[in-house]
Design a protein around this ligand. Structure first.
Ligand code: AMP
Length: 286
């Protein structure tokens, strides 16, 4: 497996692959890889002969006071995991190369895709995400890129950017990978104390309670959201940041569910912020 660091290398790699008739898949990550990330690499491998994993803790998607400085990192372990999954290249650029002092462009998605959920709670976050993903697409020139349903709003934003800017990349969304007790895998789970970790499966249980109401015929958002919220209340260390029902396409708030919806939750355990979501009906991915 190649380890690429300079901005010129991944494009050269992709063009050499395509000259041989090989498709190139991309899996963007911030590293500290877990089984969720590895499932994306496997999905990319199914769709492309060559797979490039990017590892970049993107400073522009972190707000002031967020965890940029303490975000967990272990390059050697990540390199070994990528290689074991059959990735062909790991691209890990430096922040000073991605964002030289002269860098002044932001890709900004406006409207309901970014006005609610994490977009409301983390101002500037999705502009940072859209900017770095656009740059990674331009640098790596993939045919297909794989993202996780875990970050459902991110996936929706990236699909919009790709369509609006006519980027020649197919976007694939892969299902959420969970621990045995239901907690969605996340690099941030390592922040949790043993007590917080024990209570963290409450996110998934709250979404399951909502899905059960939905299956029973309930279509009023307020009723479903309140039931899910009260579930979170059973975990004394959990503080709800948001619990919102939105249209699965536009991410605009919905009062009565008439089409596919997304129930998304963000919860603080101490300083650690966890997110999770389910589609209603619960049929997998966006
Ligand atoms: P991150 O390194 O957290 O920025 O995530 C990189 C990619 O992995 C994103 O597309 C995430 O949605 C995806 N991802 C993170 N956690 C999971 C998970 N538990 N299951 C599936 N995909 C995930």
């Amino acid at each position: 497996m190649l380890v690429l660091r300079s901005l010129e290398e991944p494009r050269r790699f992709a063009r050499a692959c395509r000259a041989r008739g090989e498709r190139v898949g991309l899996v963007p990550t911030m590293g500290y890889l877990h089984e969720g990330h590895l499932s994306l690499i496997r999905e990319a491998k199914r769709r492309a002969r060559r797979v490039v994993v990017t590892l970049f803790v993107n400073p522009t998607q972190f707000g002031a006071g967020e965890d940029l400085d303490r975000y967990p990192r272990d390059l050697e372990r990540d390199r070994a995991l990528c290689e074991a999954e059959g990735a062909d290249a790991l691209f890990t650029p430096e922040a000073r190369d991605m964002y030289p002092p002269s860098h002044a462009t932001r890709v900004n998605v406006s409207g309901t895709l970014t006005s609610g959920l994490c977009g409301a709670k983390r101002p500037g976050h999705f502009a940072g995400v859209a900017t770095v993903v656009t740059k990674l697409f331009n640098l790596c020139e993939p045919d297909v890129a794989v993202f996780g349903q875990k970050d459902a709003q991110q996936a929706a934003v990236i699909k919009r950017v790709t369509a609006d800017l006519d980027l020649p990349v197919e976007i694939v969304v892969a299902p959420i990978v969970r621990e045995r007790d239901g907690l969605a895998m996340s690099s941030r789970n390592v922040y949790l104390s043993p007590e917080e970790r024990a209570q963290a499966p409450v996110l998934k249980r709250s979404l399951d309670a909502a899905a059960a109401l939905y299956r029973g015929g309930e279509r009023r958002s307020r009723v479903i959201v309140e039931a899910a919220r009260s579930h979170i209340g059973s975990a004394p260390l959990a503080k709800v940041d948001y619990m919102e029902m939105v249209d699965a396409g536009s991410l605009a708030p919905v009062d009565v569910l008439e089409g596919p919806a997304l129930l998304a939750v963000a919860v603080y355990f101490g300083k650690t912020r966890l997110i999770d979501n389910t589609l209603l009906p619960d049929d997998g991915v966006m």
